[in-house]
Structure formats: C-alpha cells, structure tokens
Design a protein around this ligand. Structure first.
Ligand code: G6P
Length: 370
C-alpha cells in the first residue's frame, strides 16, 4: 500500500496532487487547441441527438452532482440548451416528466451508484437518450448507457472524491464548448479563446499545488477545532462552495454548509460571529464587486474570512483574515482552480484532527445499495 501511495501519506493527498496529470489525461486526444478541434467519439457520434435535445437532464449523486451543477452553468452559457440537474435518488421516485426529446447525462465516478443506475433505467424506459460520464472503465453505468465518455482520472481510492471531480468538470467543459460551437451559439473567436484557456488549466493547477500548501496548512491548524464552517461562492463558484463544504464534512466531520454568497442574507448571516470561519471563493470574475460586498458584510459581523482570490488582488485581500491565491482564468474554469485548495484545506484539517482521511466513518467509495 505504501508503494501505491507513491510517497504520500494518504491516497487522498496523492490524488489531489495528481490533478495536473489527471486533467491532462482527460483532455488528451480530445482537445486539440492549436487546430481548434474538440474530439470525443463517444459523444460526437451522437451529436445530433444532443443538438436536437429540447432539454438536458443531468443526474448524479454526491460530488458528481456538484460537477453536474457546474455542467448546467457551462451548457446553458455556451450551448444555450436548457439544463436541469437532479439528484438521482429524487428523480427516480418522483415520476418525472421525461420523453424521447430529452437527453440525460449521468455522471458517476464509480459507475456503480445504485440510485444513478435506477434513474438511468427510468430515463431509458421513457425514451430519453442517456450519456454516461464515468471514471471506472467497463463499470455498470458505462455499459448500460447509450453512449458516453470516460474521465481518464485513473483509479481514485480515497473515499472523498477529488481528481474525479476536476476530470468531470473537464469533460463537461469540452461538451458544453463543443455543443455551443456546433449549434451556433458560440462564435469561433470565443470557442478558440475558451479551448486555449482550458488547455492551460493543468499547468495552472500545478501552480496552485506548488504555491498554496503553506497558506492552507496555516489555516488548517488555526481552524482544526472549529465546529462549523460556511462556504460561499457566486455563479460557477457556488457549486464549488457546495463541494468544498462536502469535502470538509466527509473527512473532518466538521459541520459545513455551502451557500450562494447572495443567499447569505436569507439565513446563514444569523450564524456569523467571531467564531465562524467563512471560506469565500472570490476570484476576479463574474460579479466580483458583489463578492466584495459580501466580504464587507461578513467582516462587519466579525466573521473569520478565508478568501480564495486571484494573485495580485488587493481589495478582498485587504479585508480577509487569510488568503489563498490562485491564478486567473475564465469564470467557467475557475471552479477547477478553486477546488484544489478547498480539497487541501479539508485534507489538512482532517489530518490535524487525526481522522481517517482515506476511509472516513460511515461513508463508502461507491454506494451500490439504496
Ligand atoms: C459516494 C462517494 C462520493 C461520491 C458519491 C457518488 O457518496 O463517497 O465520493 O461522490 O458516492 O458516487 P459516484 O461514483 O456515482 O460518482
């Protein structure tokens, strides 16, 4: 096992550090930025099905569901196709409206999650076309779906999903950009700009891994005994906040909630005092000025602000108690970069607390029963 961990103390840490490679592996042969081409046989053979879809329904559980939420933002922004994201467990039991005009995208790292499998069966019975995005090759879901694409993240052993999540975001980005290009909603210049930026992501993830470690460890030591955490983000980084909170819950057993930053005033703000750590994802993209106001509101209530910002940002940095710097990228890819320090934060807090990082209590890597 020590050899399999490749010198890392835990599989989770190894898998976090593998992300520059796993994202690159997921893009390999698919993203040819210089030539302006995205190729993904499993999906492009059925491109018309996707292009003609009146609606795309994304079905998943857990971390894969968070990737699905970001998929909704990506597909709606670039391809302008309406998207709904559903928990597989809800979808399968609520008699959903679904027809042959719908395309379902099922996302699953393991390809074995029972609820996701049951939801796919239901969608197929109703005539929908089902694509799978799975990591485990030849898994049940990858065999049962009509078509699909593998995330080539490699085996993920740690129960808390890390590199599979960023690989899922990579695939969803490729699908959304390609679909937008194909259906005429994304012009050539934007298409080229986006794929060039996506190609640069593995290198930027590497930069994050090289530079944030000390800052994250300091924050982990400071807040290892916290009993609650709030994670906030806007736009594409709202699902990233949900995922950050899930990581912390899963492996450190600290209660954490993810929220859209603007929704803070509809409840969570009541929880804020000097004992509440608040992780706020605040790269200079989207509605940055609104995030600045959210930070002001938190500081006015003496909350402890841990901000993920772009290198060189001074506005949020001046107010935050702790900062973690990530490189700049487009808003649509910023969750990939922001997720890496959030994974590390949950990891180092769990280690500080002496928790079993790779096999947290009560959780399973793949949930094959209801
Ligand atoms: C379990 C795992 C999570 C995972 C979820 C969905 O809860 O512990 O890490 O996100 O199942 O799994 P899937 O394999 O379908 O992505």
């Amino acid at each position: 096992e020590q050899i399999e961990k490749g010198g890392y103390e835990h599989f989770m840490l190894k898998e976090i550090f593998e992300q520059p490679k796993s994202i690159l592996d997921t893009m390999r042969g698919r993203l040819l930025a210089d030539e302006g081409i995205i190729k993904m046989a499993g999906i492009w053979d059925h491109l018309e099905r996707l292009t003609n879809a009146e609606r795309i329904i994304i079905i998943a559980c857990g971390t894969s569901w968070h990737a699905g939420l970001i998929g909704e933002y990506l597909i709606e922004e670039f391809a302008r196709v309406p998207v709904e994201v559903e928990y597989a467990s809800e979808f399968r039991y609520r008699n959903p409206i679904i027809s042959s005009k719908d395309v379902v995208i099922a996302i699953s790292q393991s390809g074995e999650t029972a609820d996701t499998m049951a939801a796919i069966k239901l969608a197929k019975e109703k005539g929908a076309f089902v694509f799978g995005i799975c990591n485990v090759v030849d898994s049940s879901i990858s065999r049962y779906t009509d078509a699909g694409a593998y995330t080539h993240a490699g085996p993920e052993i740690g129960v808390a999903s890390t590199k599979a999540f960023t690989a899922q975001l990579t695939i969803l980005s490729l699908i959304a950009i390609k679909l937008g290009n194909h259906n005429g909603n994304l012009g050539k210049a934007d298409f080229m700009r986006l794929i060039t930026e996506l190609e640069a992501i593995p290198k930027k993830v590497e930069d994050v891994l090289k530079t944030v470690d000390e800052a994250v460890k300091t924050i982990a030591k400071k807040f290892a005994d916290a009993t609650n955490f709030l994670y906030l983000g806007r736009g594409y980084n709202f699902p990233a906040a949900l995922e950050g909170a899930l990581k912390l819950k899963e492996i450190s057993y600290i209660h954490a909630e993810g929220y859209p930053a603007a929704e803070m005033k509809h409840g969570p703000i009541a929880l804020i005092d000097e004992n509440m750590p608040i992780v706020i994802i605040a790269p200079k993209v989207g509605h940055y000025d609104k995030i600045v106001s959210n930070v002001q509101e938190i500081k006015a209530r003496k909350g402890q602000v841990i901000a993920i910002i772009n290198k060189g940002d001074t506005q949020v940095a001046a107010m935050a108690d702790y900062i973690i710097e990530i490189p700049e990228t487009s808003e649509c890819f910023s969750p990939i970069l922001a997720s890496v320090p959030l994974q590390l934060l949950s990891y180092y807090i769990a280690v500080e607390r002496g928790a079993n990082v790779d096999q947290p209590r009560n959780l399973a890597k793949s949930v094959t029963v209801e």
